[in-house]
Design a binder for this molecule. Structure first.
Ligand code: UN1
Length: 511
């Protein structure tokens, strides 16, 4: 029996105008939840409600807010298996990965519960006597958070947890196709004692959300927009937010390169490329886009990589598999378009391409009629190919070659994204040279392009984002604004830059 869920604003159900069925991509006939989608006015109303609730929430001492974050972490931990099974059911993420995703929420809470006792400001010396200077971190107000469904609970927690800890209220718009997972997470957050209206969840389609956001920004009820999704939509969200003189935290797509040097441990590189490219069915923003392999090891690498991909287990995400189905029909449709970018000058070295079926079988396949696709490795990719230049969200990896490290770095930066990157080498000079030259916000050495830890800065440059960083202490700058205070207790007006003591040096002095 499928659930029925609707938006929750100010602690109350807000009925939708249209019903959307969130289905199980492993068995597309199974409806996981009937979701009532709200309209733009409901979104804007949620932002007004959040604004009301935020005032009181900001007055709760930060260490007490930290205790609420601690409770969220414990509640998520106590419900980890249920939440992970729901994620697997709704978006087809293999259960082990779904559990890891839930763990990432707990890690985020563990980090920020202490931040409640740390939200440090500074005392700063003044240029005048009997005057003190201070800085304070103030909450920004209301954050509108719009998230994708490939990480339906972990990535939202990167916004929600620090935003709430810092004393903000949130209106969260999750992806429709991951609504049940989002709704479950929302319930866990609320159970930790968040007052009504401090966290609101609104289910809506993209167009209504955009219109609702425009209304809310116009009404002055949103001070920060958090967006995780495509570069194309991110650009629109960034434009809209900027027009209202507010800032957006944008976490967008990637075309993440992996450079393999001649001195690399090739077996390790194959293992890394397999997980980077095809874990989560290639549907992480940090998934591997193109392997850039030195020409001297190209043949050996490709042979082993192709074999590993051919042998990789695809199937029922509740089982022990490398990848399950694609997230949802719209991702499957888009992925089929990427497959059409394969050109006659390319060589597919991984076997069958397209949907796994009786006519296009796969050994060891354990799924049935779901949105399952063969993982694809395309060799011979050229820097002018769409396959090289554009993100291909899904299980497809390109391979190209290089001669010098400088050329590899140039190729790695060429598509103009800049989220994650990786180099396999046993020479530290290559690793540091790569780090320096690569435009990505994240660099792995002898490791997958995916799998960032919850307390390092996460974010990208170029088409991957506007330079904002999530996670760890760095995200605090997204959800607080610095306030400077000066306090003169001299009893007279001391004018900055003018009433300042001058100590005269002997500038003619020489040894
Ligand atoms: C994403 O796909 O939006 O680093 C985020 C990783 C994960 C997060 C991916 N921790 O691969």
């Amino acid at each position: 029996m499928s659930r029925k869920i609707v938006s929750i604003v100010g602690g109350k159900d807000a009925t939708g105008t249209v019903t959307y069925a969130s289905t199980n991509p492993a068995r597309t006939g199974d409806v996981v939840a009937q979701v009532g989608l709200a309209d733009a006015d409901t979104f804007a109303a949620a932002c007004r409600t959040a604004k009301e609730a935020q005032r009181e929430w900001a007055r709760v001492p930060a260490p007490v807010r930290g205790r609420v974050i601690a409770s969220i972490g414990r509640l998520v931990e106590a419900n980890a298996e249920r939440l992970a099974h729901l994620v697997t059911e709704e978006i087809g993420k293999p259960y082990a990965e779904a559990l890891g995703e839930v763990r990432e929420i707990v890690d985020t809470c563990d980090f920020f519960l202490g931040e409640g006792r740390r939200l440090y400001g500074q005392t700063v010396p003044s240029e005048m006597p009997d005057k003190n200077l201070f800085t304070f971190r103030n909450p920004i107000g209301v954050a509108a958070v719009i998230t994708a469904g490939n990480f339906p609970v972990a990535v939202p927690s990167w916004y929600l947890v620090p935003a709430l800890l810092c004393g903000n209220a949130v209106v969260w718009k999750p992806a429709e196709y991951a609504a049940a997972s989002a709704h479950a997470m929302f319930q866990l957050f609320v159970a930790a004692g968040l007052p009504d209206g401090v966290l609101n969840v609104v289910f809506a389609d993209g167009a209504e959300t955009f219109r609702g956001l425009e209304l809310a920004l116009g009404e002055g009820t949103v001070q920060k927009v958090g967006f995780t999704g495509s570069s194309e939509v991110g650009r629109k969200v960034g434009e809209l937010t900027g027009r209202h003189l507010q800032s957006a935290c944008l976490e967008l797509g990637g075309k993440n390169p992996m450079v393999i040097m001649p001195d690399a441990d090739l077996d390790l590189a194959v293992e890394g490329a397999l997980f980077s490219g095809f874990g989560t069915a290639g549907q992480r923003c940090t998934s591997l886009g193109t392997v850039i392999v030195h020409e001297s090891v190209h043949d050996r690498f490709v042979e082993r990589f192709a074999q590993a991909v051919r042998e990789a287990k695809i199937g029922d995400p509740e089982g022990d598999v490398l990848a399950g189905p694609l997230l949802d029909q719209k991702f499957a449709d888009r992925y089929e378009e990427y497959l059409a970018w394969i050109q006659p000058h390319h060589t597919v070295v991984s076997g069958n391409i397209g949907r796994i079926s009786k006519d296009s079988p796969r050994h060891d396949f354990t799924g049935d009629e779901g949105l399952y696709y063969h993982p694809v490795v395309v060799d011979g990719v050229r820097p002018t190919d769409r396959l090289f230049l554009e993100e291909t969200f899904g299980p497809i990896v390109g391979v190209t070659t290089f001669q010098s490290l400088d050329e590899a770095i140039e190729l790695a930066n060429l598509p103009g994204y800049g989220l994650s990157s990786s180099i396999y080498t046993t020479d530290p000079r290559h690793a540091f040279r790569f780090r320096e030259g690569i435009s990505a916000g994240m660099v792995s050495v002898n490791n997958s392009t995916s799998g960032a830890e919850a307390h390092l800065p996460f974010g990208g440059n170029g088409k991957s984002g506007n330079g904002s960083r999530q996670s760890g202490m760095w995200v605090l700058d997204q959800f607080t604004r610095w306030q400077a205070m000066n306090w003169d207790h001299s009893g007279r007006l001391q004018k900055a830059q003018m009433d300042v003591a001058d100590i005269t040096p002997d500038m003619g002095f020489r040894l």
